[in-house]
Ligand binder design. Structure first.
Ligand code: CP3
Length: 411
């Protein structure tokens, strides 16, 4: 697979020059099961990282080896100055891309997610096409549940469906833990991707315990999650038991990704916005915090995102996030005042704006960039995922625009 030319953020990387960095990554993968060896390797990696950095055009790689730490994306997440605002898009790899539709044509979604070669190819597609500042692992929030042994299928055009919803203690007790070997296909894909991506960071992700619980309790998608909320209010012991198990599964899913080399993680608690701040704080925040805590001293930036979470932005940060993702409902300058000092923001162009003519997109994108300057760090993104009917040409123009606008002071 060719090295990626990611526009402004990184250049084409000759294999010969990259080889010290590649061998470091390969040895890191080999020792992934041995923490002591990893620590020794990390000490060595300072030297190798310096070697990589002294070669022009070779960027840092993963957060652990230091190979991506100089990227605009990691710098903005860490609230360090950047020349341009980094940009990536939720669902950048997906149905809006013709090359994605071609590759997925013969593979059902969950089978595709379990095929490391296909995951690698699909994850790289938007990086090649747009030159975005980060890749996001192609997977789904229900992948760890399926790997743990839960029966789930994805119904095209509907979403995840569980034929045996969890609504009592006996069913919650049957929820199996996730054993890392069951997601070895994820580790394999992450290792292949970090070896291909050069200085472009790879973002790992998982669904938040609440959003996973929504699907498990309802049995499928819902607009209001009434059953989930009523179980949360009425059966606190069952709720804690279920959310605790889901937090552990999520923590394992993310830890495997971090150990395999992702540079950042995003927790998608997409549906947390259906809760009041008090209920979120009492019944969800402790479990999401447990997930972030499990990532310990890994040092990878933690992004926390939900839809309709304007009233929860401060709490999403409090759960342990370095970066809070904002949907399109709250302007970023206002969002900046709702999170604690020391928090960067990600967002927040309405995905539907991309269906409008270019002058409208440009005006709105410039507005997002201007408001984002108020934040301590800003990663440009949409307020939710790319809509399937989006013209990839518009995303290409948008990426170029974001890269062309100089980042302001403090960005
Ligand atoms: O472009 C695509 O959406 C095609 C691939 C696909 C994904 N998930 C990738 C994905 C498909 C068909 C699914 C199934 C699925 N799972 C759906 C969509 C159903 C449909 O056909 O419309 C839904 C809603 C889920 C559940 C889910 N998955 C949620 C709530 C989230 C969190 C993000 C969000 O949208 O709120 C996911 C994560 C997810 N699924 C990602 C990807 C690539 C996350 C990474 C990213 O943003 O790129």
């Amino acid at each position: 697979m060719p090295w990626i030319s990611s526009g402004v953020s990184s250049g084409r990387l000759p294999a010969l020059v990259a080889s010290p960095c590649r061998s470091l990554i390969a040895s890191r993968s080999l020792f992934a099961c041995c923490p002591l060896a990893l620590r020794l390797l990390s000490a060595r990696s300072g030297v190798l990282q310096a070697a990589c950095e002294t070669i022009p055009g070779v960027n840092p790689h993963t957060a652990q080896t230091g190979l991506t730490t100089g990227s605009a994306f990691i710098r903005a997440c860490s609230r360090q100055p950047v020349a341009h605002t980094p940009v990536w898009y939720m669902r950048q790899a997906g149905r809006s891309l013709p090359e994605y539709r071609a590759r997925r044509a013969k593979s059902p979604m969950l089978e595709a997610c379990a095929d490391p070669d296909l995951v690698t190819e699909i994850t790289l597609q938007p990086v090649r096409r747009y030159g975005v500042d980060a890749a996001i692992l192609f997977s789904d929030i229900v992948v760890p549940l399926r790997a743990a042994g839960v029966a789930v299928r994805i119904q095209p055009g509907v979403g995840p469906v569980f034929d045996q919803p969890i609504r009592d203690e006996a069913a919650a007790a049957r929820l199996p833990p996730l054993e890392p070997p069951a997601i070895d296909f994820v580790a394999q894909a992450v290792r292949a991707l970090t070896a291909e991506l050069g200085g472009t960071p790879l973002i790992g992700f998982a669904g938040g315990p609440f959003t996973l619980a929504c699907y498990l309790i309802e049995g499928g998608p819902s607009k209001t999650f009434d059953r989930t909320r009523s179980l949360m209010y009425g059966e606190p012991a069952l709720w804690s038991s279920l959310l605790g198990r889901l937090a552990d599964i999520t923590a394992t899913f993310l830890t495997v990704q971090v150990e395999a080399g992702v540079s950042a993680v995003q927790l998608f608690d997409s549906w947390a916005g259906v809760l009041s701040p008090e209920d979120y704080r009492r019944s969800v925040l402790p479990f999401s915090a447990r997930v972030f805590e499990a990532l310990g001293e890994s040092g990878v930036p933690r992004i926390h995102f939900g839809v309709g979470t304007g009233e929860l932005l401060g709490l999403l940060g409090e759960a342990g996030a370095d970066v809070v993702g904002v949907d399109w409902r709250v302007p970023l300058d206002e969002a900046a005042s709702r999170v604690a000092p020391g928090t960067a923001l990600q967002g927040n162009l309405d995905p539907a704006i991309l269906l409008a003519p270019w002058p409208v997109i440009e005006k709105r994108a410039r507005d997002v960039l201007a408001r984002g300057r108020v934040a301590e760090g800003h990663v440009f993104n949409l307020g939710h995922g790319v809509l399937p009917e989006t013209d990839p040409g518009m995303l290409a123009r948008l990426t170029d625009l974001v890269h062309a606008v100089p980042a302001g002071p403090g960005c």
